[in-house]
Write a protein that binds this ligand. Structure first.
Ligand SMILES: CC(C)(COP(=O)(O)OP(=O)(O)OC[C@H]1O[C@@H](n2cnc3c(N)ncnc32)[C@H](O)[C@@H]1OP(=O)(O)O)[C@@H](O)C(=O)NCCC(=O)NCCS
Length: 172
């Protein structure tokens, strides 16, 4: 069963295992041999502009989604990051996590724009984002290095469908 929830100290080990999986490494900007200390710092002392959501499968953390809020004149913009442990792909967990992050952005932070970078070869992720309303916006050439090869990044973005008006008689 999939559950989205806030991170807990017990998640540090399972999420460190997940980020060291080859598929997660290929799909993200993680370097090999990521330590528990790095994940611990990210989870227990996040910067104030960062909101993490854990995806758990049968009560074990198998993925992490992050919404990073923009600052100043980009306060309406959020940047998304997410990964699911390789052994749990194809079970709908990535979609549930993405929907949870979009709900957080749309309905709680009131963000107008969401964006992310993804390798064009990462068809699983690109399809997932497109099905959630993200559009292809452009290519950053030779943006990252992965296993000895330079790779382009595809910039994808989604605008809020439209902010709903406040209910009558309800403040704010
Ligand atoms: C991308 C990722 C988050 C998807 O997670 P997931 O749990 O496997 O995704 P889901 O099972 O919810 O599937 C979501 C969608 O992915 C696409 N998808 C799933 N399996 C696929 C496959 N074998 N081939 C192509 N697309 C596929 C489909 O569009 C699917 O939608 P559907 O359920 O309507 O068919 C996961 O593969 C992952 O963490 N990859 C490594 C890290 C990464 O790439 N992160 C994104 C960086 S931008």
């Amino acid at each position: 069963m999939i559950l989205l929830r806030a991170p807990k100290p017990d998640d540090i080990g399972p999420l460190t295992d997940a980020v060291n999986m080859p598929g997660v490494r290929r799909g993200t900007l993680r370097l090999p041999y990521t330590t528990e200390d790095l994940i611990q710092t990210r989870l227990t002392a996040p910067s104030p502009d960062t909101h993490h959501v854990v995806a758990a499968w049968d009560n074990r953390a198998v993925g992490l989604g992050t919404l990073r809020l923009g600052q100043g004149r980009r306060r309406h913009v959020g940047v998304l990051f997410l990964f699911i442990h390789d052994e749990h792909w194809g079970r709908g967990i990535g979609r549930a996590l993405l929907e949870g992050l979009i709900d957080l952005a749309d309905n709680w932070y009131g963000l107008i724009r969401l964006e992310l970078d993804v390798a064009p070869s990462n068809t699983r992720a690109v399809k997932l984002y497109e099905s959630a309303g993200f559009k292809r916006e452009g290519i950053k050439r030779a943006d990252t290095i992965c296993d000895g090869l330079l790779e382009d990044s595809l910039v994808m973005g989604r605008l809020h469908p439209f902010p709903k008006p406040a209910k009558k008689g309800q403040k704010g």
